[in-house]
Design a protein around this ligand. Structure first.
Ligand code: MYR
Length: 185
């Protein structure tokens, strides 16, 4: 039998992170289950998750900008990169790939092969219309609105419904120019 050895600092942090991630995943699952019980209709649960995500996103963007040191992006392509590589990593612990830009450069897909929100999840047949991870689309919509981008965010692929990946389509509807709050004299 291998002798017991104390964990190093890194190993302790790694296991704390894992426990936190599992706790987060299970808590999210319990919340979705409760919403299904309370609201009964899958469409209503989708709406509620999206709204909760939106409310989180409008607050989370400040933390994101402060912690990431990301400066304002020059175009939507750079914004997409920042979301996929920095935003997802910071809040979900995974990165996303960007695919399927349209010709105008106003919509793209975020593809996730690994999605910690769905560990331990299996949907029953009664939940076929459920977008279990709809909180994520709301978070993106809320966060982007706070940096002047009105978007529509929809699910294209979902592994819980038998697809081979998770794919979110992000479409820029309107870019509101930011006004500088002070006048130069
Ligand atoms: C800019 O375009 O000026 C930069 C703004 C980037 C906003 C990024 C918002 C990040 C949201 C992270 C979402 C994570 C979802 C789990």
């Amino acid at each position: 039998m291998a002798p017991l050895a104390p964990k190093t600092g890194d190993a302790v942090f790694a296991s704390v992170d894992r426990v936190n991630a599992e706790l987060f995943t299970l808590t999210y699952g319990a919340m979705v289950r409760q919403l299904l019980t309370d609201l009964e209709e899958v469409d209503e649960v989708n709406k509620q998750l999206d709204q909760m995500g939106y409310n989180i996103g409008v607050r989370l963007v400040d933390e994101f900008l402060a912690k990431s040191n990301v400066s304002r992006c020059v175009d939507f392509k750079e914004t997409a990169d920042v979301i996929a590589k920095v935003g997802f990593k910071m809040f979900l612990g995974v990165t996303a790939s960007i695919t399927s830009w349209d010709a105008e450069g106003t919509s793209f897909s975020l593809v996730l092969e690994d999605n910690p929100l769905v560990d331990f999840v299996e949907l029953p047949d009664t939940c076929q219309g459920l977008h279990y991870c709809n909180i994520l689309s709301g978070v993106l919509r809320g966060a982007l609105e706070m940096v002047s981008m009105k978007t529509e965010v929809t699910w294209v692929r979902d592994m819980l419904h038998g697809d081979d990946a998770y794919e979110l389509r992000v479409k820029l509807l309107k870019q509101v120019p930011e006004e500088y709050p002070y006048k130069d004299d």
